[in-house]
Design a protein around this ligand. Structure first.
Ligand code: TXA
Ligand code: MG
Length: 343
């Protein structure tokens, strides 16, 4: 299959892409978080193609994207008052709400769950595409399953060229990590995946919010969000996350780097701006300042892909503060890595 690139909404073939999407074809498109791989959410065959193109496990449900609040009603059983408050505060934006699903939503999307995850992306290209297709659009991140999520057109091409019909190029994604997934179907709302809308922002609107216990490193707890159980977002080389006093972390990483070097192995380090000149590794990727976690989030996946390009054998990463956007960053780093080393 030849993959056609569309350059934004002014491209004369934009309408063909929207039509193809409605008719069951796959179209990758930019959102404010990461690029999505879209299919008509009401067409089970189209939805199945997403799993095939990505190599995604079938038990991992998809988020349905809408362009207008009126598209939500038919997809869900009810819209609780909390949902209304959250929609007013955060849509369009990086907040996905898990609600009780209606009969209209195919099981292929929800992996048989009785809930459906819905969001309205804050990106003009995404909104116009969904509107022109005039169907809700199921879309996971537009990467091969297990790879870091795509935050540029180039990342999507790298993973999915020849596997899907269209990619719409909308430049780099603003936020760079996926939406927050919030379950409001039972009791206290629970964050199933930390993301672009932080816990602090949510609590200002609806009060107490829980974090799904399976997001913490304890073992053996079944996650409520099926996607969270997979190793994810990973570069090819094994990555280890370092926690502790910054000076100790730097010392430890440099000492491991020389051991690797002696064995002929190339080391990569994911470093904050503040420490980037202090590492001896062959490849040091600066992921932004410790004092601007939004910036770090927006560069995270590109940094992970950079290590693949540079063909390093092992990756060491600094840790970031787990406040605000830091929760999403640390969640992704933990899932991408093979372990945490405390110094
Ligand atoms: O920012 C985003 O959310 C991006 C862009 C493209 O919108 N999409 C995205 O989709 O990250 P994906 O498929 O990579 O992640 C969807 C997450 C998974 O962790 C999945 O398990 C969870 O949402 N999810 C989907 N439906 C669910 C449901 N009914 N109940 C619980 N979790 C659900
Ligand atoms: Mg994903």
């Amino acid at each position: 299959m030849k993959t056609i690139t569309i350059n934004g909404t002014n491209d004369e073939r934009f309408s063909s892409a929207a039509k193809a999407l409605r008719e069951g074809r796959l179209v990758a498109f930019p959102t404010e978080t990461v690029y999505g791989l879209g299919a008509n959410a009401l067409d089970p065959q189209a939805v199945k193609r997403i799993f095939k193109a990505k190599g995604r496990p079938l038990d991992n449900p998809l988020i349905v994207h809408i362009a207008k609040v009126s598209q939500l009603n038919p997809l869900v059983k009810e819209i609780p008052a909390q949902a209304e408050a959250l929609i007013n505060a955060f849509w369009p934006g990086p907040l996905t709400l898990v609600l009780k699903k209606s009969g209209l939503v195919p099981d292929e999307i929800t992996a048989g769950l009785d809930t459906v995850a819905v969001r309205m992306p804050d990106n003009p290209i995404a909104l116009k595409l969904i509107e022109e297709a005039s169907v809700p659009v199921a879309a996971p991140s537009a990467n091969l399953s297990g790879r870091p999520s795509p935050t540029t057109y180039h990342h999507v091409l790298e993973d999915l060229n020849g596997r899907i019909e269209y990619i719409i190029n909308g430049g780099p994604c603003k936020i760079g990590v996926e939406s927050t997934v919030l379950d409001i179907t039972s009791g206290i709302p629970a964050i199933l995946r930390p993301g672009g809308v932080t816990m602090e922002m949510l609590e200002k609107v609806i009060g107490k919010v829980e974090t799904d216990t399976a997001l913490k490193p304890e073992d053996g707890i079944k996650p409520r969000s099926p996607g969270m159980k997979y190793r994810h977002y990973s570069p090819n080389a094994k990555m280890f996350l370092f926690d502790g006093e910054p000076e100790e972390v730097i010392k430890k990483i440099n000492s491991l780097t020389s051991e690797n070097h002696a064995k002929g192995l190339r080391t990569g380090v994911l470093s904050s701006l503040e420490n980037k000149d202090r590492y001896m590794a062959e490849v040091v990727v600066n992921i932004g300042s410790l004092s601007c976690l939004e910036d770090v989030a927006s560069r995270l996946y590109n940094a992970l892909r950079k290590f693949d390009e540079e063909k390093v054998d092992i990756i060491y990463s600094e840790s970031f503060s787990e406040e605000g956007m830091g929760r999403a960053i640390m969640n992704r780093l933990r899932k991408a890595s093979s372990g945490m080393i405390r110094s």
